[in-house]
Ligand binder design. Structure first.
Ligand code: TRP
Length: 450
C-alpha cells in the first residue's frame, strides 16, 4: 500500500502548529542553557549578539525548513528525496534523523533530572544543604536517574503514538499556556525579592569585556540549538501544514516566541540568584545546583522550586516529542510502519541508548573521550557537530541546489504579513553557511586540538 494514497494528517489550527513548533524550540536550551551561557559571557552583551544571530541566521533557516516540509509533505529524508530526485541529498535528511535519535537519548536523561528535582521540591529543599554534593549524588546513582529517564521517554512516546492532532497538538495546547503562566509567576517572585535590582542590572547592562570569538561561537550555536534547527524537526512539523498556510509569518511567530521565553527565563533567574548573593556564572550547574540553593532560602521556596521544575519538565517534554516525531515520521513515511508501533519501538531503543550517559556518571565514570564523559560526548557530536553540519548542508542545498529564489517563491505562495524578499538570498547562500562553517571549525579545534 503506497503511503501517497493515504491522507496525511494536518494541524487542525494555525495556533496548534505555532505552539507545536514553539514548543519544540522552547526547551532546556532556553531555560537551562541560555541563562547560564548569558551569565558567563557578559550578560546583555551576549544577549545582543545572540539576537543578531537569531535574525540573520535563525530566521532564514527556520523559513527554509518550514518551506521544505510544507512543499514536500514528508519527513526530512523524504523531503530531500522529493526536492532532489536521484541524488544523495536525502542523506542530509538521514543525518537529521540520526541526530534527533542521539539528542533525544541524552535530552531525556537531563529531563529526568528535572523530574527528580520536581519531586524533591515537594518534600522540601533544605536551607543550607550542600546542593553541589546532592546533585553529584543524584547523577552518580543508577536506579533513580534511569527510572526518571524511563518515565520521561514513556510520556514522550505516548504523545507521539496518539498522533499529530490528538497527540502533539493536544499536548502543546495544554502545556504551552501552563508553561507561560508558571514562568510569569516565577518572574514576579524573582524581581520582587530584596536585592533583585543587582541581578537586573547584570542581565541588562552589557559587559563587552567578556566578549570574544568564543562568545560569537556560543551565540550562533545557541541560536541554532534553541530554534530546533539543523536536523529536520521543523521540516517534519512543517510537513503537517496545509497548503494554505503562510511561511514568513509562522516562522516569525515561532522565532519570536522562543526568543521571548529565553529572555523571560533570564528575568526569572538572575534577580533571584543575585538577591541571595549567589554566583550567576557557575555554568551548567546553574539550574541544578545554584537554583535549588536559591529556592531553599527564599520564602515559600519549596512552592516556587516546584513551579520551576514543573516548568522545566514541561519545556523538555514539548521539545522531546518533536525529536521523536522526526524519527517516527521517517519510519512511517519511508518504511510504512504504523505510527503506534514506530513510537513504541523507537521509544524503547532511544531509552536504551540513553543508559550509557547515565552510567557515565556512576559505574562507568572512567570513560573519557578527549576529557568528556559519555553524556558530554553524545552532546558534543550531536549539538556541536551534527546539528551545525545538518544546518550547513540544508542551507547550501536550499540556497544553491534548489535555489534561494525558488525556495522563497514557495514560501511566499500564500500571502501573509511578512514577505520573504531579496534579502533572503545572500543570507541563506553565504551568511548562514559561512557562519556555521566557522563554528564547526572552532568546535572541532577546541575539543581535539585546543
Ligand atoms: N530547541 C530545544 C531547546 O531549546 C533543543 C533542540 C535542539 C531540539 N534541536 C532540537 C528540540 C530538535 C527538538 C528538536 O531545548
Amino acid at each position: 500500500m503506497k503511503k501517497d494514497l493515504q491522507q496525511r494528517e494536518h494541524w487542525s489550527t494555525r495556533l496548534g502548529f505555532i505552539l507545536a513548533a514553539a514548543g519544540s524550540a522552547v526547551g532546556l536550551g532556553n531555560i537551562w542553557r541560555f541563562p547560564y551561557v548569558t551569565g558567563t559571557q557578559g550578560g546583555a552583551a551576549f544577549l545582543l549578539i545572540y539576537l543578531i544571530a537569531i535574525i540573520l541566521i535563525g530566521y532564514p533557516v527556520m523559513v527554509t525548513e518550514m518551506t521544505m516540509g510544507k512543499v514536500t509533505q514528508r519527513n526530512p529524508v523524504g523531503a530531500f528525496k522529493k526536492l532532489a530526485e536521484d541524488t544523495s541529498w536525502y542523506l542530509v535528511g538521514g543525518l537529521g534523523v540520526l541526530t534527533g535519535f542521539v539528542i533525544l537519548s541524552f535530552y531525556s536523561v537531563v529531563a529526568g533530572w528535572s523530574l527528580h528535582y520536581m519531586v524533591e521540591s515537594i518534600t522540601g529543599l533544605a536551607a543550607g544543604a550542600d546542593y553541589e554534593a546532592l546533585f553529584g549524588e543524584h547523577i552518580s546513582s543508577v536506579g533513580l536517574p534511569i527510572f526518571y529517564h524511563a518515565i520521561f521517554m514513556f510520556m514522550t512516546a505516548a504523545v507521539i503514538a496518539a498522533g499529530v492532532v490528538k497527540g502533539i497538538q493536544k499536548a502543546v495546547k495544554t502545556l504551552m499556556p501552563i508553561l507561560f503562566v508558571l514562568l510569569v509567576i516565577l518572574i514576579f517572585r524573582s524581581v520582587t525579592l530584596e536585592g533583585a535590582a543587582e541581578g537586573l542590572s547584570f542581565y541588562l547592562a552589557p559587559d563587552f569585556g567578556e566578549v570574544g570569538i568564543g562568545t560569537l561561537n556560543d551565540a550562533i550555536g545557541q541560536a541554532f540549538f534553541t530554534l530546533s534547527l539543523g536536523m529536520g524537526a521543523i521540516i517534519t512539523y512543517g510537513s503537517y501544514l496545509s497548503k494554505d498556510e503562510n511561511i514568513g509569518d509562522n516562522a516569525a511567530w515561532v522565532v519570536g516566541l522562543d526568543t521571548l521565553i529565553a529572555i523571560m527565563a533570564g528575568f526569572a533567574i538572575f534577580p533571584a540568584v543575585f538577591a541571595l548573593g549567589l554566583d550567576p556564572a557557575t555554568g551548567p550547574g546553574l539550574t541544578f545546583v545554584t537554583l535549588p540553593a536559591v529556592f531553599s532560602e527564599m520564602p515559600l521556596g519549596s512552592f516556587f522550586g516546584f513551579v520551576f521544575f514543573v516548568m522545566l519538565s514541561i519545556s523538555a517534554l514539548t521539545s522531546s516529542i518533536s525529536l521523536l516525531e522526526v524519527v517516527v515520521a521517517w519510519i512511517v513515511d519511508e518504511h510504512n510502519w504504523a505510527r503506534k508501533k514506530a513510537a513504541i519501538f523507537m521509544g524503547v531503543v532511544i531509552f536504551l541508548t540513553g543508559i550509557p550517559p547515565v552510567l557515565g556518571y556512576g559505574p562507568w565514570d572512567g570513560f573519557e573521550f578527549f576529557g568528556m564523559d559519555i553524556l558530554d560526548t553524545y552532546d558534543f557530536f550531536a549539538d556541536s557537530i551534527f546539528l551545525p553540519l545538518g544546518g550547513l548542508l540544508t542551507a547550501v542545498f536550499a540556497g544553491h541546489v534548489y535555489t534561494a529564489r525558488k525556495l522563497r517563491d514557495k514560501a511566499n505562495e500564500v500571502e501573509g504579513k511578512i514577505f520573504v524578499g531579496d534579502w533572503f538570498d545572500p543570507l541563506i547562500k553565504y551568511v548562514v553557511p559561512i557562519a556555521i562553517a566557522v563554528i564547526i571549525s572552532v568546535n572541532l579545534y577546541t575539543v581535539f586540538i585546543g
